[in-house]
Write a protein that binds this ligand. Structure first.
Ligand SMILES: CC(=O)CC(=O)SCCNC(=O)CCNC(=O)[C@H](O)C(C)(C)COP(=O)(O)OP(=O)(O)OC[C@H]1O[C@@H](n2cnc3c(N)ncnc32)[C@H](O)[C@@H]1OP(=O)(O)O
Ligand SMILES: NC(=O)C1=CN([C@@H]2O[C@H](COP(=O)(O)OP(=O)(O)OC[C@H]3O[C@@H](n4cnc5c(N)ncnc54)[C@H](OP(=O)(O)O)[C@@H]3O)[C@@H](O)[C@H]2O)C=CC1
Length: 303
């Protein structure tokens, strides 16, 4: 738990300090799994409030693992001690790899890279955890397109095995190879996807979620019947509306916009009800309301 895993002739051995930008559900999960594997982690967000929430989520998750006997109190304390937090980009100056996991908005991500590049070591790699945006375009907004890659973790990060890896047109082969090996060192499995809108997982998953929202919008079923149908009828661990709330409805809508605009096919049109929910600020679990209301002890369907 506390030492870096070894591989034969690891090409990623020099990657020891990891920066993570965005302390939301993905960023804090990514910070947790690297810190658990012995890496030093620098976690940056826009406010101390967001950072405290992120570290709070990590502490809770580690507490759950400790209660189950999967880690001990020392592992938990050591993991937390490896995570430094801050809002100043100087925090990331010593990092070998920085993973951007801020909100799914290209303008925000570009502004982040503009602040990051001047402080970052010349040979450091930048990865984006974007769910859908062009890796080539994001890379082109940095000073190092050859050392830029898509590194798409799945939610919840500590549990999900997959990391989708995406090369931009300029991504160097050694950059890709280092990141692929790093994923293996984390104990996760990678698949490689081409740089098309939403890559593989979300090209398939998000249209299904969008269709579930249309199914609700058109009155074919209630929230509960749609989710029960897919859980019991197709053996999905979560119903599509429950999953949408879990991902975040803002992220789901952003991905549908990228698919719709990027592939220019009306089959990707975001459901108007999904648009309305996001306009209302009903973003799912993270705001206490989405297709379910999370303010009570158990989630209550809203329709
Ligand atoms: C949008 C994108 O860009 C890409 C994406 O990520 S799309 C989303 C992909 N993710 C999914 O589809 C998740 C679908 N859901 C699931 O697989 C499951 O419901 C789940 C793994 C989240 C929870 O599983 P469950 O069996 O219902 O609950 P539960 O028994 O409480 O949890 C199973 C394990 O996950 C852990 N876990 C659950 N939620 C967790 C969380 N948010 N963070 C960390 N760990 C969590 C639990 O502690 C438990 O661990 P152990 O096996 O060590 O005991
Ligand atoms: N949710 C999911 O299931 C998955 C999401 N992703 C991707 O991961 C990324 C993050 O998603 P997720 O964690 O769900 O989103 P969250 O909304 O949970 O977290 C995003 C975090 O980024 C912060 N942020 C916003 N702007 C900046 C900035 N300029 N600098 C630093 N931090 C900033 C936000 O702060 P504030 O709230 O104050 O704006 C928030 O803390 C997105 O690209 C998303 O598409 C990938 C896989 C799965």
């Amino acid at each position: 738990m506390t030492t870096l895993p070894t591989l034969d002739a690891p090409i990623s051995a020099h990657i020891r300090q990891i920066g993570v930008i965005g302390a939301g559900q993905m960023g804090n999960g990514i910070a947790q799994v690297f810190a658990q594997r012995g890496y030093q982690v620098a976690l940056l967000d826009v406010s101390d409030e967001r950072l405290n929430q992120g570290v709070g989520a990590i502490t809770k998750n580690l507490g759950r693992l400790e209660a189950k006997g999967k880690i001990n109190a020392t592992d938990k304390a050591d993991t937390l001690a490896r995570i430094n937090t801050g809002t100043d980009y100087a925090l990331l100056s010593g990092c070998d790899l920085v993973i951007e996991a801020a909100s799914e908005n290209e303008t925000i991500k570009r502004a982040i890279f503009a602040q990051l590049c001047p402080v970052l070591k010349a040979d450091a790699i930048i990865a984006s955890n974007t769910s859908s945006l062009s890796i080539t375009r994001l890379a082109a907004s940095t000073d190092r397109p050859t050392r830029f890659v898509g590194m798409h973790f799945m939610n919840p990060v500590p549990v999900m095995q997959l990391v989708e890896l995406i090369r931009g047109i300029a991504t160097a082969e050694d950059t890709f190879a280092i990141i692929k090996e790093l994923v293996a060192r984390l104990g996760k499995i990678s698949v490689s996807a081409e740089d098309f809108p939403a890559f593989i997982v979300n090209r398939i998953l998000l249209p299904m979620i969008n269709e579930a929202v249309y199914t609700l919008y058109e009155g074919v079923g209630s929230v509960e019947s749609i989710d029960t149908a897919l859980k019991l009828g197709a053996n999905h661990p979560m119903g599509p509306l429950e999953l949408a709330d879990f991902i975040g409805l803002d992220t789901c809508l952003a991905v549908m916009h990228v698919l719709h605009e990027g592939l220019a096919d009306s089959k990707y049109r975001p459901c108007p009800l999904l648009v309305k929910y996001v306009e209302a600020g009903w973003l799912g679990r993270k705001t206490g309301r989405g297709f379910y209301d999370y303010t009570g002890e158990t989630p209550v369907p809203t329709r």
